[in-house]
Design a protein around this ligand. Sequence first.
Ligand code: TRP
Length: 348
Amino acid sequence: MSTFTPRVFSGVQPTGNLHLGNYLGAIKRFVEMQDSHECIYCVVDLHAITQDRSVWGGPKELARSTREVTAAYLAAGIDAGKHIVFNQSQVAAHGELAWIFNCVARVGWLNRMTQFKEKAGKNRENASVGLYAYPNLMAADILAYKATHVPVGEDQKQHLELTRDIAQKFNIDFADSIAEAGFGDAFFPLPEPLIVGPATRVMSLRDGQAKMSKSEPSDLSRINLTDDADTIAKKIRKAKTDPDALPDSKEGLAGRPEAANLLGIYAALAEAGIEDVIVQFAGQQFSKLKQDLADLAVEKLSPIAGEMQRLMADPGHIDAVLKDGSSRARAIAAPIMEDVRRIIGFIG
Ligand code: TRP
């Protein structure tokens, strides 16, 4: 058995504004991994352009969002000196390895991807080839660094399984060449997803059954990471509720998606277990939960918003962070790509 040094890789797409779901589901987890692992955090701008230009907003907006995601990483507490923060398009290994994986992954595997079906919508014939091949690029992101652990939301689980399938097929297809090159029985690790539990699956403030999303028309449905304190408090005050008092057990949340969502957000922000938060608010009215949640959300999120604003005012600094991160990322990926080329039989 080959063994691999633990390494974390994850990414966030620079499309539109970041919201609480991105923070609790991804960025906050990224921050937590830093003490125990070597981490590489990417702003996946190559992925952003897989959809229509109207979705990612065109060149100026892409650059702005790339800086905003970077600012969010830094403001949330990712240490870009100890770890790596960079944007995907500055490291050519991603595109190069993605091409190789286009030739490893099977059409049948990609046809099963539910996110493609959702994003392509009814007019599948008109989706970009890039949107179809998106999961192969994601596999390349992870495996160009031989990353072993990938913190992602529940919605990315299928893409992680595909990444493992690609790694395994590469290891098998080139087993002779991999052994000859001295890598034993596996060149790529099979990366493990670190999936955030359902407690931090953040839902819309207007509909407890829909995911909080940047594409929902009503801005009241989400808390943006750049919202100021008054806006955060107002959105929580206006959040949808049901007429009953809050339950005293987890079972009491069945059929009450809005109560479950607000209590779940409270628990995630307070870093408490959902059971404890249920006990804390048992029998109380929604108004009490909303007041306490607004206070907590402002306490936890306003410093991040303030720091993001400060960072965004100095794009030169953000660009320098990305440039430095990209050159360190390249230094890790380059020898791995050299091995990949040799294993496949490419000369040079
Ligand atoms: N597809 C991920 C998302 O939409 C973003 C992503 C791209 C990613 N490449 C990745 C996440 C590699 C983890 C690892 O959330």
